[in-house]
Design a protein around this ligand. Structure first.
Ligand SMILES: [Zn+2]
Length: 269
């Protein structure tokens, strides 16, 4: 029996590895977009109906504009690097929600929310682009589905070798991974490595979108000053420390600017 379980794990590990085009690394992901995205889209819509969405203001328009510029930069990068069609299932949406919490988050498939509480920290459109790049990067790198996959392995351990993931089970794992009922999935913290990866990818795509990558470290200095040592929820728990994050972004900024130059972007906003 134990052997059988081992074989099942190995089989799933082999068949479920997907290469992240941004890092070139294999990641564990059992779930195709077609399984994850519909659940995420439904949950996002539910969140919007239950919260105070800001529309028509200059701030709301800025969130949409930055989101569109960043996701379009990601599309250009993916196409240029041999991954056209990577975003086919994505349905990008960028909403501003009236809430004093200093936070922003993203659900699988490109469903993003900014709270008005983060705007005093972002301060400018470029500051919004730093956070937007990070959130879009979580969506591009399938961090949500990877979190679900980790939950699946735990469950598989519990049910000893039952590898058939039926729809109902998928829903259960989705709900468990994302804490439906108490918290929406985008609000739960990612692992430290996912946060660092989102910082690095986000920096590159914000630069390709024409936003100054050297402003990213500045945003995180303001975040650190504001938090008094505590990070906002999406960046919580296992997040890299603010100092690590600021150092990383400072070191990576020239690379991001160089990447943007490949796309003809040499002046930044
Ligand atoms: Zn994050």
């Amino acid at each position: 029996m134990r052997k059988l379980i081992l074989i099942a794990f190995v089989f799933m590990g082999v068949s479920a590895c997907k290469v992240n085009p941004f890092t070139g690394q294999k990641t564990l992901n059992f779930y195709p977009n077609s399984q994850v995205f519909p659940s995420a889209f439904a949950q996002y819509d539910q969140f919007l109906t239950e919260n105070n969405v800001v529309t028509g203001t200059a701030d709301a328009q800025m969130i949409t504009r930055v989101g569109q510029r960043i996701s379009s930069a990601a599309e250009r990068w993916l196409t240029a690097n041999g991954h056209p069609g990577y975003l086919a299932d994505y349905k990008w949406e960028y909403n501003l929600v009236k809430d004093e919490t200093v936070n922003a988050w993203c659900m699988p498939g490109g469903k993003i929310v900014f709270y008005t509480g983060i705007l005093p920290i972002t301060q400018s459109e470029t500051g919004v682009a730093v956070v937007m790049g990070h959130e879009v990067a979580h969506a591009l790198a399938d961090h949500g589905a990877q979190r679900m996959s980790a939950g699946t392995l735990q469950q598989l351990g519990a049910v000893a070798g039952n590898v058939a993931i039926k729809d109902q089970q998928t829903l259960g794992i989705f709900n468990q991974a994302y804490g439906v009922g108490t918290q929406y999935l985008g609000m739960l913290p990612f692992s430290r490595s996912h946060e660092t990866e989102a910082d690095r990818i986000g920096l590159q795509i914000m630069a390709i979108a024409g936003y100054d990558p050297y402003e990213a470290a500045e945003l995180w200095k303001r975040m650190k000053a504001n938090s008094g040592g505590e990070a906002p929820p999406e960046f919580m728990s296992t997040h890299p420390s603010n100092d690590t994050r600021i150092n990383n972004l400072t070191v990576w900024a020239p690379d991001a600017a160089a990447e943007a130059a490949k796309f003809g972007v040499t002046k930044f906003q």
